[in-house]
Design a protein around this ligand. Structure first.
Ligand code: IFM
Length: 452
């Protein structure tokens, strides 16, 4: 890298979204419902009982959205495919109209010179599969691989980057342990089972890709570095537990074919005796790892805290986002360097990074969001520092292109670099979006411009 602070020439600059959060029209053209469609209809599960029925109406407005991406200068767009659009029952019969939507989206992106970066699963399991046990059913791995294979055959001629799962830790922790995400279960016994089947699904899809895919496939995990609040042995032990639970649970099996030992201690009798053959299978080589980074946590021992017996200690002196996540860019450097040290020098993408803040009113057609802009600036500088230290980071995706449905927070939290007026569906790039466009144009140099 050179002294003018430019990022590497082939560094990929992008933005990310997911299907249920932006598409709307969840049952259009023969699509089958997902667990989020169902969950959002259970009163009280989502803030204000919001649903993804309209969201950003991207299903009908994708061409305008692709033009907007072009205006921002994006080189890549990370989005997810809704499994139930392609296979309304999750398996068996293909719905050509659902597949066609993604064909048209990809063609529109490529016409504008934007690389599609496709996530196969961003939490919207077909409801019909949940009726068969969902991720608790061993067969779900094969159902996922069959679905993935349909997409590889239809789209790999145009898609160079595939991610199997987005943030399996969240699917499991929020969906099966705490019950705050679909499918809304809260069961210690189900938690390791769901995690294991997600990992088997990932591996089975990677194996299917090796048989016929021509490009790259990887996994996307959310990582959050853990720092002890004190040097007391109890706080340090709590930090080790929290780190294993959140950061190593899904990566150790993929890279080493083992689960962190501390997990079986935490779950006790609820930790199944997993077959070694499954773990050998899960350890499929991947072409890259996607890391989603938002925050860190400072940890103390807390015997009352469910499962991990560790709690976050809020760092009141630091800025927190609207979802109460501490802003801590150095954690990104630490995280990427840790990944390299522990799992090897593989290509990494920062597949999500961004912040929810209370945006001001739209005034004169403008949305000024200085906190988000500064968040992006500082995290991109941290990404630069990580690259300069030798981390093989090949791209960055801001979360998110658009304000969208933030899961159980509904539409109350806005992460977009583009403002969405949900009543009119008008899009307005925020000042952070305009800043990001300048950063892309200057290959990062604008990060170091005088702050006005
Ligand atoms: O909105 C989510 C996204 O779906 C997954 N990663 C974190 C984002 C912000 O919470």
């Amino acid at each position: 890298m050179q002294d003018n602070h430019c990022f590497p020439e082939n560094f990929l600059w992008g933005a990310a979204t997911s299907a249920y959060q932006i598409e709307g029209s969840p049952l259009a053209d023969g699509a089958g419902p997902s667990i989020w469609h169902r969950f959002s209809r259970m009163p009280g599960r989502i803030h204000d009982d919001d649903t993804g029925d309209m969201a950003c109406d991207h299903y009908r407005r994708f061409e305008d959205d692709v033009r907007l991406m072009k205006e921002l200068g994006l080189q890549a767009y990370r989005f997810s495919i809704a499994w139930g659009r392609v296979l309304p029952e999750g398996r068996g019969r293909v719905n050509p109209a659902g597949l066609d939507f993604y064909q048209r989206l990809i063609d529109a992106l490529l016409e504008q010179g934007i690389q599609p970066f496709v996530t196969l699963y961003h939490w919207d399991l077909p409801a019909a599969l949940d009726d068969r046990g969902g991720w608790l059913n061993r067969d779900c791995a094969a159902w996922f691989a069959d679905y993935a294979q349909i997409l590889f055959r239809a789209l790999d001629d145009r898609v160079q980057y595939w991610a199997t799962l987005n943030e399996p830790w969240v699917s499991v922790d929020a969906g099966y342990l705490h019950g705050v995400h679909a499918p809304g279960h809260a069961s210690l016994a189900e938690t390791p089972l769901a995690a294991h089947n997600l990992l088997r699904a990932h591996a089975t899809a990677v194996q299917a890709y090796r048989a016929e895919g021509r490009h790259r496939i990887g996994l996307v995990v959310n990582l959050e570095p853990k720092y002890p609040i004190s040097l007391a042995p109890e706080d340090r032990a709590a930090t080790v537990r929290a780190h294993a639970y959140m950061n190593r649970w899904y990566l150790d099996p993929v890279f080493f074919g083992t689960y962190p030992k501390v997990l079986s201690e935490l779950f006790g009798a609820d930790w199944p005796n997993f077959m070694q053959a499954d773990l050998d299978h899960i350890r499929q080589p991947v072409d890259f790892l996607g890391v989603n980074y938002y925050t860190r946590s400072v940890v103390r021992d807390d015997p009352q805290a469910l499962l991990v017996r560790a709690s976050r200690v809020r760092q009141d002196h630091n800025l927190h986002t609207a979802v109460d996540w501490e802003v801590h860019p150095q954690g990104l450097v630490d995280t990427l360097q840790w990944v390299k040290r522990r799992y090897g020098d593989l290509p990494l993408f920062l597949t999500e990074n961004g912040a929810a803040f209370e945006d001001p009113e739209v005034i004169g057609g403008r949305v000024e969001d200085p906190l988000r802009l500064t968040y992006l600036r500082e995290h991109l500088k941290a990404a630069y520092t990580a690259i300069a230290s030798g981390v093989n980071l090949q791209g960055y995706f801001v979360w998110s292109l658009l304000d969208n449905l933030e899961w159980c927070h509904g539409y109350s939290k806005r992460f977009g670099i583009v403002h969405v007026d949900y009543a009119t569906q008008r899009r307005i790039p925020k000042s952070s979006g305009q800043f990001y466009a300048r950063v892309i144009r200057s290959r990062g140099e604008a990060l170091w411009e005088e702050e006005g």
